[in-house]
Write a protein that binds this ligand. Structure first.
Ligand code: FE2
Length: 245
């Protein structure tokens, strides 16, 4: 099951939570995709120059927006997967001066947005955030276009849909069974089964995995499920065992 999101959301807001030095997360509303409910999360990074970099922005109440703007000016809005591009629209309205960056589109892109993108995310971080973040397009799957980020000083990796740890949803037994079948159910989580099936170039995928694991990180932010506070590398290795064995 792919964790795509559509903007027909219910309200369930928590607020800004500090995750690591200069990194915050905000849990957004539950969203629905083809009848399935997904949790959402955005990541806010304060860059060395004081500007804010926001990945996969979620609908947020005024109080949360106020907390964020107190951290610094929102200069960059990022969709690291085309399935989160729709989320940039509302934030573009809120912060029209912020640059918009997105992963390349794929046939799985939800609601392709007609936004004035500054650029498409590649393996090379733009100069704007290169002092703080590294990035990598995870390769080997034509249906997947996800960019993984790494914050050097905070030793934190950040990804969206490629790994999920979907919590059980109350009153949704079919979805919970599908999550278990798809290998993404909490507490273990993993790479969704349909995503695993579509890695047609496993050599390239293994290369991407090795590049990610070469980064010096211990924490991991994911968009769907509980983040990993420590020992994130063994977690990622376990989730990709199907690729490396
Ligand atoms: Fe997602």
């Amino acid at each position: 099951m792919l964790a795509g999101d559509e903007p027909n959301s219910q309200a369930s807001m928590i607020g800004l939570q500090e995750f690591a030095p200069n990194i915050w997360i905000v849990d957004g509303p539950i969203v629905f995709d083809t009848g399935f409910a997904f949790t959402t999360r955005m990541t806010v990074v304060k860059l060395s120059d004081g500007a804010l970099w926001v990945s996969s922005p979620v609908p947020s109440p005024f109080e949360t927006l106020e907390q964020i703007t107190k951290l610094g000016p929102v200069r960059y809005l990022v969709a690291a997967t085309p399935r989160h591009v729709w989320r940039l629209e509302a934030w573009h309205t809120l912060f029209p001066e912020a640059q918009l960056w997105a992963a390349r589109n794929t046939p799985m892109t939800l609601k392709p947005a007609h936004l004035p993108l500054t650029g498409v995310l590649s393996d090379q971080p733009p100069a704007a955030w290169a002092d703080d973040l590294e990035q990598l397009v995870f390769k080997g799957n034509p249906l997947l276009s996800e960019v993984i980020f790494y914050h050097r000083r905070a030793k934190t990796a950040m990804l969206d849909d490629i790994l999920q740890v979907d919590p059980p949803m109350a009153g949704r037994p079919l979805q919970n069974a599908m999550a278990r079948f798809g290998g993404v159910a909490a507490p273990h989580g993993g790479v969704p089964l349909d995503m695993r099936w579509t890695f047609v170039n496993r050599r390239l995928a293994r290369q991407s995995l090795e590049q990610v694991l070469a980064w010096d990180f211990d924490k991991l932010i994911i968009a769907h499920g509980d983040c990993i506070e420590k020992e994130a590398k063994p977690f990622i290795r376990r989730c990709f065992r199907w690729l490396t064995n």
